[in-house]
Design a protein around this ligand. Structure first.
Ligand code: PPE
Length: 314
């Protein structure tokens, strides 16, 4: 899907026109994958546009930077304010938000020392990630022949550009074989996550998701769903999931800022449960979307409203 371009992109403190937001071809990140990023959404709630878990995404961005020894030349507060300002400047009610931190132009060679740390933020309208009918109908996915990276190779808790070379292998193989998405196993053979989503299974009323030891990203949608499940009295386990547990689960779904809560209706052509969105998935999905619409109390302080200039609390 081509971009729905908007007016401005934020680049290291300056607003530049969308078409002028360029980098040099000899930038370090382009050659060695030395970039980290975030992906989050702003929702048009009944109280006006609001970013979901803004400060948590910025915290994760700084954690990714820490793992890769990148010193971001802005404070968390400056990044948060830049995001809110950018949404205002582009006059958007709802959008996807992509903060990016990358090693820029100075010299090449694996050693990144000397290359500046650059920051850019873009926003654009982005619809349902896995297709327009995915949220209601569920998606058909496969288990990938590609594993997720081993824990002592590419750290999965860092949301780094380079990790997405692995994600692209998983995604392209899935699409080539007629699926919407692929599920990666970790190098021990346990379920890890989708190319751009965390995964949950429901078995006998219990929600199970792989723990951080299974090469997963610490997804904020994953964390939100775990909180909502606890509120509903649903037991949640974070543990190793063998591949076959996917096929015999009552329900399986993906979570992610882009994918939101997307039901999975089949895996490797095997129908999951009834072969359509399951009741617990629907209950969590309904709660999630009500929260994002501002229809229920923001009890966790996860919504940061865009319109008014306001301090962002951690
Ligand atoms: N795992 C991976 C590998 C991943 O990329 C994402 C987000 C998640 C889990 C879920 O994390 P969270 O968004 O915090 O709930 N993937 C982002 C990028 C998708 C893309 O195609 O780009 C996203 O959802 O924004």
């Amino acid at each position: 899907m081509a971009f729905q371009e908007c007016d401005k992109i934020w680049m290291s403190g300056k607003l530049v026109d969308w078409k002028d937001a360029k980098v040099h071809v000899l930038s370090h990140a382009l050659h060695y994958g030395s970039a980290i990023f975030e992906g989050q959404r702003c929702y048009n709630t009944k109280h006006g546009p609001a970013c979901f878990r803004l400060s948590d995404h910025t915290d994760r961005l700084f954690n990714s930077a820490k793992i890769y020894r990148m010193k971001i030349p802005f404070t968390k507060d400056e990044i948060n304010q830049a995001i809110l300002d950018l949404i205002r400047v582009n006059n958007l009610d709802s959008c996807y938000i992509r903060p990016l931190v990358y090693r820029g132009y100075n010299q090449l060679g694996v050693n990144p020392a000397g290359c500046p740390i650059e920051v850019a933020i873009a926003v654009w309208s982005w619809g349902a990630y896995l297709g327009p009918e995915a949220l209601e109908q569920g998606v058909d996915v496969c288990v990938s022949s590609w594993n997720r990276a081993a824990p002592n190779t590419f750290p999965a808790l860092a949301k780094a550009g380079a990790n997405y070379m692995s994600s692209q292998l998983i995604k392209m193989e899935a699409i080539a074989n007629g699926f919407v998405e692929g599920i990666g196993l970790d190098t021990r053979g346990h379920v890890s996550e989708g190319s751009g989503e965390n995964i949950f299974i429901v078995r006998n009323g219990v929600l199970v998701t792989p723990s951080f030891g299974s090469s997963v990203l610490s997804g904020l949608t994953r964390d939100s769903v775990i909180n909502f499940a606890h509120e509903m009295g649903i037991e949640v386990l974070e543990e190793d999931i063998p591949r076959e547990a996917l096929y015999i689960a009552d329900e399986v779904f993906f979570t992610g800022s882009a994918a939101e809560v997307t039901p999975i209706r089949s895996i490797d052509r095997i129908p999951i449960g009834s072969g359509s969105r399951g009741p617990i998935t629907k209950k969590l999905q309904d709660h999630f979307f009500k929260y994002l619409a501002g229809e229920i109390e923001d009890k966790y302080g996860w919504m940061t409203y865009v319109k008014k200039k306001q301090p962002v609390t951690a």
